[in-house]
Design a binder for this molecule. Structure first.
Ligand SMILES: *Cc1c(COP(=O)(O)O)cnc(C)c1O
Length: 446
């Protein structure tokens, strides 16, 4: 049995080493015995890039270290949450201090009010907020609230946007789905899927047409104001404004899914960035500071429809968990304190994007880099990439080769073409130069 073998191997090895003596292949085989596909979230299996997933031991600042002690510069940042990199001291201290008092009570704590106030302060459209544990849960709850508030059943989402894996929202290509090219998922009732209409991203004409046909049955439009789950795709000028106007005209609610963009592109999220006012907002990732925490919030009259005040039910045993809330507060407070932070992230990210564009061009590869602030994607297509179809023209085989070559060079990229690279404040001043040097080496092997 692989398990026994690894135990023995561990014993016979240097006892002071925290790392595993097993190869990633062995660790993966062992995981696959008891975890479907060896992973607890499908893209982690690295199938799209033809690699064996690396098992991670630890992280510090901009770096992560795998179970064999190999170091990588991390451009995934746990898919977005780690805006300060790994184990920023203020967040680590806050979590450990919270743990000294107990990990969960299932009763209100003052810290939850503090975090809710912080969120409301930075996002003026969010007058009240409820804390949950994952982005999926937050998006699902926002949809239920929108349906309850409007007494309508239909929702509109955009092809290529991902809002977690709740039934109503898993009807078209998204994060993992775009990668696996599945039409949806088994187990999603047709009757429910039929209530969701999918529209191309950045296509105000199609959206207007959908509204003309069924606008009065639409409870909500849910959108990633800057898409990050088909790779980075910024909104074209006027696209989000059209969605906002149509919603107001037809009495539907506009939901911004800011799970990635909230506190990532600025303290006010994408809505602050573009000066828009959605009815409801979904948050996650950065607001949890690396712990399981998400939220949904918005107009007071809508949020007051939630139980126990109103008839829209929503609940959670670990909602507002003290450890996660402590991490969230520490994260937002540090984001507030470090004045030049977003400018620094933007500067590093733009140097990375420009450098990669230059290298790919020199090598004669089809490429197009999309970027907003610290979010970017190198698409292996001539571009432009402005929606799911144009993103899908990317050479995913080339991306896989690029991923594997960069991994060998010690750079940890998203294991799919249709994901986002994040730079973090944990990056050292010369980190981008190091990445670009390694990228040059990696591209030379393609
Ligand atoms: C990650 C993500 C989600 C889902 O969040 P989980 O915490 O993984 O459930 C929802 N929406 C967007 C835009 C995301 O990027």
């Amino acid at each position: 049995m692989p398990h026994t073998k690894s135990r023995q191997a561990q014993k016979s090895k240097d006892k002071t080493s925290p790392y595993s003596p097993c190869s990633h292949e062995e660790l993966y085989q062992e995981a696959c015995q008891v975890i479907p596909g060896g992973v607890n979230s499908p893209v982690r299996a690295c199938q799209a890039v033809g690699a064996v997933p690396r098992f991670v031991k630890r992280g510090l600042g901009s770096r992560i270290y795998d179970e064999n002690g190999v170091e990588y510069i991390d451009l995934v940042c746990s898919w977005g949450p780690l805006i300060f990199g790994h184990r920023p001291p203020s967040v680590a201290k806050a979590v450990s201090a919270a743990l000294d008092f107990g990990s969960t009570f299932g009763a209100p704590t003052i810290a939850e009010t503090t975090l809710a106030k912080l969120i409301c302060r930075h996002m003026p459209s969010v007058e009240m907020v409820r804390l949950v544990s994952s982005g999926t849960e937050a998006a699902m709850s926002a949809i239920r609230l929108a349906r309850g508030a409007t007494n309508r059943d239909r929702i509109i989402k955009f092809n290529g946007c991902y809002h977690g894996h709740a039934d109503s929202l898993l009807v078209a290509a998204g994060s993992g789905l775009a990668t696996f090219s599945l039409p949806g998922s088994l187990g999603v009732p047709k009757a429910l899927a039929n209530l969701t209409i999918t529209c191309p991203y950045n296509d105000p004409e199609s959206l207007t047409e959908i509204f003309r046909q069924i606008g009065h049955e639409v409870a909500a439009v849910i959108v990633e104001p800057i898409a990050g789950n088909m790779g980075v795709v910024p909104p074209k000028p006027g696209f989000l404004e059209t969605a906002q106007n149509l919603c107001r005209e037809y009495g539907a609610l506009l939901i911004f899914d800011e799970v990635i963009t909230g506190f990532r592109v600025g303290l006010g999220g994408a809505q602050g960035f573009y000066g828009l006012k959605p009815d409801l907002t979904v948050l996650g990732k950065v607001i949890g500071g690396g712990l399981p925490l998400a939220a949904f919030g918005g107009r007071r009259d809508l949020m007051e429809l939630l139980a126990p005040l109103g008839g829209v039910y929503q609940a959670g045993t670990l909602s507002g968990n003290p450890l996660a809330v402590a991490a969230g507060i520490a994260t937002i407070e540090r984001l507030e304190e470090e004045k030049g932070l977003y400018g620094r992230l933007d500067f590093m990210s733009s140097r990375l994007a420009e450098g990669l564009t230059e290298l790919a061009k020199t090598k004669g590869l089809p490429s197009c880099v999309n970027r907003v602030g610290s979010m970017s994607t190198l698409f292996f297509t001539e571009g432009p990439v402005y929606d799911f179809d144009s993103a899908s023209r990317s050479d995913t085989w080339l991306y896989g080769a690029w991923y594997r070559a960069m991994l060998k060079e010690g750079v940890w990229l998203p294991p799919s073409q249709f994901e986002t690279m994040f730079v973090s404040a944990g990056f050292l001043f010369d980190e981008i130069d190091i990445i670009l040097d390694r990228a040059e080496n990696a591209l030379a092997t393609l």
